[in-house]
Design a protein around this ligand. Structure first.
Ligand SMILES: Nc1ncnc2c1ncn2[C@@H]1O[C@H](COP(=O)(O)O)[C@@H](O)[C@H]1O
Length: 198
């Protein structure tokens, strides 16, 4: 079924993590996006889960856009096989481009960089700079601590309870794709701010 989500930015680890389930999920995510005809936008590296999601999408015939800052081309082993690759001047312009090009965001397991990307996209939504779907795609309970941190901020009075509605926490890649299909049928097209405001 056609979807109004033509592209999804996937934020995930530059390492594989300690549980094989993380890699399996990243590969499944790449394949599932390709099979759904959805372009994968990701950080452009060929390391860890980032490389795994890109390779799986490409092997399944999907379109993959990588966005990598110049200074990380070596450290994150810039992926030379993607459909298109953008090299940016900075981390910030990388995030801006990924944000602008994506219709929705999947947060898969990762470390500090993944947290940063998640919280930035979440806080931009809190500031009403966009209303694109943000899905924490849980694997082996990885997302629970992230959600608990936000719940704690709400409980302590540092975030409004409405913050809980800025993102969704789903169990696994199939649930994420199913939710995206549902949103494609039921939700309004995304609104985004002038990039100059970011
Ligand atoms: N401060 C950061 N802002 C945006 N992206 C970042 C930052 N630090 C690292 N990253 C990128 O995030 C992914 C995943 O990193 P993990 O630490 O492995 O989760 C990677 O592409 C980093 O370059």
């Amino acid at each position: 079924m056609p979807t109004r989500f033509a592209s999804v930015a996937v934020f995930l680890g530059s390492r594989f993590g300690s549980n094989r389930a993380f890699r399996d999920a990243a590969e499944h995510c790449g394949r599932a996006l390709a099979e759904a005809g959805i372009r994968l936008i990701y950080g452009g590296g060929d390391v860890g889960l980032m490389g795994a999601v890109a390779d799986a999408a490409l092997a399944a015939g999907g379109a993959v856009s990588g966005v990598i800052p110049h200074f990380l081309k070596t450290r994150e082993v810039m992926h030379r096989g993607v459909t298109d690759l953008t090299v940016t001047e900075s981390m910030h312009t990388r995030k801006q481009k990924m944000f602008a090009d994506a219709d929705a965001f999947f947060i898969l397991p990762g470390g500090l960089g993944t947290f940063d990307e998640f919280f930035e996209i979440l806080t931009w939504k809190q500031l009403r700079l966009h209303n694109k779907p943000i899905l924490i795609v849980d694997v082996a309970g990885w997302g629970e601590a992230l959600v608990a941190t936000i719940d704690r901020a709400i409980a302590d009075g540092f975030a409004d309870p409405s913050a809980r509605a800025l993102f969704e926490h789903v169990d696994g890649v199939d649930a994420a794709l199913a939710r995206l299909a549902e949103l494609s049928r039921t939700s309004e097209p995304a609104q985004t701010a002038d990039p100059a405001m970011l």
